[in-house]
Design a protein around this ligand. Structure first.
Ligand code: SF4
Length: 330
């Protein structure tokens, strides 16, 4: 591993100052992804600004009924938090489907959002990869891409976002709180990650030096029926081939609220806006669910070896919708 300097920040403001004062710095949270990438030579920060002990380690209910999660709350603590389990169960389910218990004990909320793709070409410095080395090409496009994107990819990159948590946050209409040189701002979780376009090296909308300080779960999603389902190659400690998070409410025989997001299909959690629009006002029938999901997945552009993902995602989404609103029960 390349030598690096280390500095620990005591406050959010100090973290931003340390970052600005050290060219080539990176923020260090739980380190579960960053340290791996440093050992592989993919990341070579000159300085690590340790933000893991900032006073952002609480889950707080706010006066307006929303819930604020600090960026340094550990994934295991967040998954087990009573408020999250009771009112935003899809988030707890998504967290528990990711990684191992040991990793969840170390990984932070902010770090989970900022983890990088597990595309094997990205992790191998001997291979071409536009995300790691812009302009070098995409080894996966004509190579091994069974796990790669079917939605929203570009000629330059077909990687997927690996976070389960972020998929649940997108379906919940959460917001991501940031702090940088221009002060604080909040970005919708569904828009925090970006599609690759011609800048695949840029995973998110975060600006240079900005720090994730928290996540806000809106009161409007609290307590609604929700479910996360994930298909993967083995039962634990594996990334999603496809996953879906759904927040759904049915009143008077029709769908009144629908938040749907897919994981494992794109460079970011894929908020299924077309499916949501089709569901709103519809009676909860299998035909309506299939129609809504098909509308969304019509945009899929599978590659040579991953067309199976479209069928897999369709089956997952229809199954989850049926579980949340069993046809004929309303
Ligand atoms: Fe790199 Fe993206 Fe291509 Fe993977 S898919 S090799 S991350 S450019």
């Amino acid at each position: 591993m390349k030598p690096f300097a280390y500095a620990r920040a005591a406050t959010v403001e100090e973290a931003a100052e340390l970052y600005a004062a050290h060219p080539g710095a990176r923020y260090l949270g739980g380190g579960t992804n960053l340290m791996d990438l440093m050992k592989l030579g993919v990341e070579e920060p000159a300085t690590l600004v340790d933000v893991s002990r900032l006073p952002l380690d609480t889950v707080d209910e706010l006066p307006d009924g929303s819930v604020r999660i600090g960026a340094t709350v550990r994934n295991s603590d967040l998954a087990a938090h009573p408020t999250v389990r009771d009112r935003y169960s899809v988030l707890s389910q998504a967290l528990l489907s990711g990684a191992s218990g040991q990793l969840r004990n170390a990984a932070t909320t902010g770090g989970n959002l900022l983890q990088r793709t597990r595309c094997p070409y990205f992790q191998d410095t001997g291979k071409p990869c536009n995300k790691r080395a812009p302009g070098s090409g995409c080894g996966a496009r004509d190579g091994v891409h069974r796990d790669h994107a079917v939605l929203g990819h570009s000629p330059g990159c077909i990687a997927t976002n690996p976070s389960d948590m972020a998929v649940a946050l997108a379906a919940l209409d959460a917001g991501v709180e940031l702090f940088g040189a221009d002060g604080p701002r909040t970005v919708p979780a569904a828009e925090f990650h970006r599609l690759p376009g011609d800048r695949p090296e840029q995973d998110t909308e975060i600006r240079p030096g900005e720090l994730v300080t928290g996540v806000v779960l809106p009161s409007a999603s609290a307590g609604l029926p929700s479910l996360y389902r994930k298909a993967r190659d083995r039962a634990s400690y594996a990334f999603a081939l496809a996953s879906v998070a759904v927040v759904l409410s049915v009143e008077d025989g029709v769908v009144r609220h629908a938040g749907v997001a897919f994981g494992g299909l794109a460079h970011r959690p894929w908020r299924a806006r077309h499916a949501e629009q089709a569901l709103l006002g519809a009676a909860p029938t299998t035909a309506a669910f299939e129609r809504a999901v098909d509308l969304e997945l019509a945009a899929a552009e599978p590659l040579r070896d991953n067309a199976y993902k479209v069928r897999l995602a369709r089956g997952l989404a229809v199954d989850v919708l049926e579980r949340l609103a069993p046809p004929g029960s309303s």
